[in-house]
Write a protein that binds this ligand. Sequence first.
Ligand code: PEP
Ligand code: MG
Length: 758
Amino acid sequence: MQENHLGLLCDVGELSALLGTSEDIETFLQRIVEAVGRHIDAEVCTIYVYEEAIGELVLKATVGLNPSSIGRIRLRLGEGLVGTVLERGQMVCEKVASQSPAYKHFDDINEESFDAFLAVPILRGIEKIGVLVVQRQVGRPFSENDGMALRATASQLASAIENARILMAMRTRRKEQRGTDTITGLQMIKCQVASEGFIVAPAFVFDRDKTFRIMREHDFVRTYNLEDFERAMAVTEQQMKALQTRVEERLSGVAALIFDAHLMMLKDSEFAGAMVRRIKQGVNPPRALMDVASEFVDVFSHSENAYMREKSKDVEDLALRLCNNLVGAELQSSTDCSGRIVIARELYPSEMLMLSTENVGGVILVSGGATSHIAILANSLGIPMVIADRPRLMRLRDNVEILLDGHTGEIYLNPPADLVEHHKRDAAVDLEGLKARMQPETRTADDVRVHLMANVNLLVDATLANDMKSEGVGLYRTEFPFLVRADFPSEEEQFAVYQRLFRKVAGQQVSLRTLDIGGDKVLAYYDNPKEANPALGMRSIRFALGHRNILQQQIRATLRAAFGSEIRLRIMFPMIASVDDFRAARDVVRECAAALEQEGVPHYQDPQIGIMVEIPSVIEIIDELATEADFMCIGTNDFIQFMLAVDRGNEKVARYFLPHHPAVLRALKRIADAARRHNTDVSVCGEMAHEIHYVPFFLGIGIRTLSLAPRYLPSVQRAISELTVEQAEAEAAAMLAESTVSGVEAQMKCSVSLAATV
Ligand code: PEP
Ligand code: MG
């Protein structure tokens, strides 16, 4: 008996090796059930695969049951014995299955006589893959040993089945593109909103690493020649140049060189040249292409250097584009995501930019790991984006129709027409109407002046800010030119970008925030030493002070660009934790100004120098900071994160991220009070500033300047205009008097309903 079980495991090992040679997953699974059934001496052996996108276990292969049940028998989690096994993640062994309360009978599958039942879950970590079932005739029950062997088999199978599904996805792509879609029924998934907007479009699963891995092992059936390869090269070069032009048109300056690496590689003798040499030696062009690209990827991806590792993505991207242009017709595959909803595990800012240039329709990130900057970038680029904590969406077939509602955070797979209409109506934002409604000055109902400024990340935001009659730039997140590029921008490059922005908002005040990277704002090309706790690590102003030359270059570029630009320049430092931090950073500005003076380089004289209030430590030293700094700008996103110890980008703790927590509200009041005492300008620039239900609170504690993403300006202006300062003060006082979150919530609800009845 023991021997038999060892044999079973061993054979399954061999079977997983068969994966590469099975022509489809069905054949592969069928071979597995035959082998397992034989080795465990069971008349019936069946595999159910869990399709998370539809939340069902589907019978995929069987020996012993009616073959017509394949693909037909479906069970939800917890349904029947099989569903129960997967839901609980536990083995079920029954001497007489039909007597179990969980048993579910199906007509026509012929299992009546096989009542001895043993089933184990197939799991990978916490991921549910499927269920493996064996059945015998009554009177031949399964033993403990059988259970152990089946469990071990299932654990071996897990990764093979997972891989098999990927393989199947590739091989059946042709079929899918003809419209055969096994996902049936309407599915709604609730997600976290990262960037508002609405779109209905076909899915495009963006998993470049995996696609590349599969392509490097692909058996290219058709033979191509050198001319085909050269044609594909020419097409690819043209495509890259077109993308380059488009990115420049849209984003000017910031990401000018983003596709340069691709273009250079296309001309490189070690890359394209090596491919040509192999083709001339008789290698089929797609094989030569993938082989050379693989060698590059292997070298780059194992590099010690982050910049080089990042380059491996460029190689993969280029190779896939090239390969697609060469054999696309054969594979019926496409790298074109234009107008589609991209589903990805994670995205680098540069990838987001690339997708935007290719006119992506929307983005679904499935790992729940959106960095705040990816979300902010998607906002600036006008790409609707949600975060769905559903890694299984990566298995969705390309071209499945998706409705993405970036207002409610809902996505629907295969939405019916009436649902689309319904959401479309709700989501329609009349941007033109909003622009027209916006007044150049904002006043409360009792005529108190409030200043509405714009948060700007990319130059495109400044255009919308102007259209929305923003009064200035309350927060310019300068890390974006750094984040979307492939390397650190030079002083000259930064100078060009800042100058363009300053010219665009001439006559206005601009609060330029110095480089705020580290933590969740990762530069892909910079080798951040591994930190156990990057959110509390070498980031932001600490990074800048630790890399003085980078900060100096930025300050020099800023002061030079502001010269003669007719803006009122303010420089502010992020993540200031102490007066000492502030002084050290301010010294750098003074040194840079002195150096420019000495060099005779024209530069802006005496910018205001201020701080971002983002770290709770400043509360206790707020009077000193309010005295030293020319102004203070409250970054509620980080302030709340650190005050409440809640990761702002972690969907799992999103419900603890509470702007209306009494501690947050009272701390904000203390900052506003200190600013008033010392006559220091104070503003709010975190996301909280655009949430209209906090408008009364901010006005009530004396805040008179808010800075927000431009598209929210009209709604905030309207909320302000409907309120008197007296009302706002009463509301703020009532909120501040509450000592619990629920108390504040009740208070806010009460004032909303009061407002509605007025
Ligand atoms: C903030 O923390 O509130 C802020 C405005 O900065 P960022 O979102 O860029 O961290
Ligand atoms: Mg911040």
